[in-house]
Design a protein around this ligand. Structure first.
Ligand code: C5P
Length: 285
């Protein structure tokens, strides 16, 4: 095998409940992940200089230890005493620091890609162990599932047997928001906490788009809006344009809109591409 090319898809969070702060500083979450068709393309190939090097044309992607892909490759190379050099080429389509899990998905793709490439024979649970050490969102991408329930820091995944295919328009303002900054600003209100996952799940299973739209929710929204109060207008504009429901994904700033069909999603996009440069029509993968 000369080279290995892997697609690394993005995720959305249809619900994100924050249950409390943990002694380790992380927050206990309950979230529904959806894997979507927007994807980066990663190619692994050998090099002769015995180093791990990352190539990516995107100006905001770090090419060294700051990249989760680098961490993933280094962990495996060290644990399995791999001396062979590796080039990792990333074609970036997923916006960076946007609540879409792009960096996490890249890391998961490299973990499973190198498991094959270096013939490590690691099982899913062993890969999940590596994923959890890299970041809270990495594990979801190792599961071959359209939807997953995430608990713990978000790294404990239960694949959901849901057949519904959704269409969305995704609008990502060109502002990077760091997850850490959002969690730092979060004010926890633990009284009267609704279980938004179990409210949304039956509607998702049935494909009841109207009720699903009403059940989208994200507890990080007040913290995202405290960083960028103007983003509330984006949600409003999407609703005014005819989106069935809208919600921030992860720690933002991407806003996902639920559409009733591909045609509906394309017509929503047409109203936004002039005002925003990163507008995507995506579907469940
Ligand atoms: O795990 P990850 O590296 O994506 O997390 C980035 C930051 O987001 C953490 O350092 C932490 O401050 C915050 N975080 C959190 N609770 C989570 C996930 C992330 O507080 N469940």
């Amino acid at each position: 095998m000369d080279r290995l090319t892997i697609l690394a898809p993005a995720k959305l969070n249809l619900v994100l409940d924050v249950l409390g702060k943990r002694p380790d500083g992380f927050h206990e979450l309950r979230t529904i992940f959806e894997r979507i068709s927007l994807a980066d393309r990663i190619t692994l190939s050998r090099n002769k200089n015995h180093k791990i090097s990352i190539r990516c044309a995107h100006p905001h992607v770090p090419l060294g230890p700051g990249n989760l892909v680098y961490k993933a490759a280094m962990m495996l190379a060290q644990d399995f005493s791999i001396e062979e050099g590796l080039d990792i080429n990333i074609i970036k389509n997923i916006p960076v620091a946007a609540g879409l899990g792009g960096g996490s998905s890249n890391a998961a793709a490299v973990l499973s890609g190198l498991n094959r490439w270096w013939r490590l024979r690691l099982g899913l649970q062993e890969l999940v162990g590596y994923a959890s050490r890299i970041g809270s969102d990495v594990a979801f991408f190792l599961y071959n599932t359209s939807y997953g329930l995430g608990t713990g820091r978000g790294e404990l995944i239960k694949p959901l047997d849901v057949k519904t295919k959704l269409w969305h328009v995704l609008v990502t303002p060109r502002v990077k928001i760091y997850t850490k900054d959002v969690f730092t600003r979060l004010k926890l209100n633990l009284t009267n906490k609704k279980d938004n996952v179990n409210i949304l799940l039956p509607f998702l299973r049935k494909g009841d788009l109207t009720r699903l739209a009403g059940a989208l929710s994200n507890d990080l929204e007040p913290a995202i809006l405290s960083l960028r109060p103007d983003f509330i207008c984006l949600k409003k504009k999407l609703l005014d344009a005819g989106a069935t429901g809208v919600c921030f994904s992860g720690s933002g700033p991407s806003v996902l809109a639920l559409a009733t069909s591909q045609k509906h999603a394309l017509s929503l996009r047409a109203q936004f591409d002039r005002r925003y440069t990163q507008v995507f029509v995506v579907s469940t993968l």
